[in-house]
Design a protein around this ligand. Sequence first.
Ligand code: SF4
Length: 472
Amino acid sequence: MNRPDPRVPEPFAQNICFDPELIKRYGGRGPRYTSYPTALQFDEAFTAEQYEQAASLSNESGCPLSLYVHIPFCESLCYYCACNKIVTRNAERVDKYVGCLYREIEQQAALFDDDRVVEQLHFGGGTPTYLSNEQLCDLMTHLAGAFHLDTSDRHEFSIEVDPRTVDVNAIRVLAGLGFNRLSLGIQDFAADVQKAVNRVQSAEEVRALVEQARSSSFRSISFDLIYGLPHQTVDSFDRTLDQVIDMRPDRLAVYNYAHLPTRFKGQRMITEADLPLPETKLQILQHTINKVCDAGYVYIGMDHFALPGDELVRAQRNNTLQRNFQGYSTHSDCDLIGLGVSAIGKIGNTFAQNTTKTAEYEALIEAGTLPLKRGFAVDADDQLRAKVIQELMCHDQLAFAEFGKQNNIDFAAYFAPELTRLGPLVDDGLVTLGSEGIHITPRGRLLLRSIAMTFDRYLADDLNDGRFSKAI
Ligand code: SF4
């Protein structure tokens, strides 16, 4: 067992309070605010010309680039999964998609100046490591041929890894390709839970990968866990946490399983009677927070924890933490190019999303067009609200005078209706509201999205339609 890390700064260690009553009251559905506005506002009237114009303006700024590459394939279905993925063993289907991805890389690279440096790269899915080592090498060669990939210490190249699809040699290959961050999908180590969700992987296999990643100089290893899966109890999840803490990933994300079988067909394979009761889920969450913090992790926000030496903790302390499509991030100034089916990009003040249908994606690429489906041009009011939500979700506070000065507004006047709407949250102890600003209390830190929702001008239309997951 690991002891609490004496380097954990006291304010971080103490700055969270689990209040089951408040969580029950405020833990309903809501956006995760990896963007504002959320993708629900993206409009199909958006055109490739608008995107090209945004790219051209972005070249004038010359800011660094970030690439997101979506690999939608998986070898088998995890029953809890709500991702956009394709379960297949059909190699031809995969080859066709990868060929289209290469063409999209060329299309997109042609829009951006050659000297734009790619500081951040993320492979997500699906399962990026569904691709063979050779396919991943080819893909990186195409990216390096089309874009100026950063090779300095600043670069942050990450990949989501399904431990069942890689061995220690593959980890070495990924390191050789320039990846320096790994995110491993763990979910739970209990055998009965793994069987019930059709995702069986041993702790020993994961430990071997972690050890290889460390000796291959990966800068950061992140684990994803899920609570609320079938057969989980406080005791069973405690044993998983013991194993996880013993492996000491730099970052931990602990997600809530939302059972929505009418929306996600695979979830119908889960027997509802096996799911933990809502009270048990809350107890698992409370126990997880206590245990992980006692083990030396710092609560960042939402579902995320990190070790004190991790860049996320430093960024939160320096007020440079950001929220983007990968969750919490330390890179703020990049324009993001989304590559692959369903991928979302943000260029300047313009969001753009590729079609979510693979056949349509491939047809558009083959026709020589950008495979864009939807987009959104952010206006000045959206920008202000995005900054407010970012401040609250990353730094737990907002100073009216400073924010007003930076954005040329009188905060209290501009956001008067929103400050009134914060009233009940103040009464319930989630936030304090004074003449100088908003502070999120330790009780409110677990309910960040409920607080942020107060400033979302689009929300009324989107809530209660089942498209958002539950906050807790
Ligand atoms: S959880 Fe990951 S590996 Fe499992 S089906 Fe979903 S995307 Fe594929």
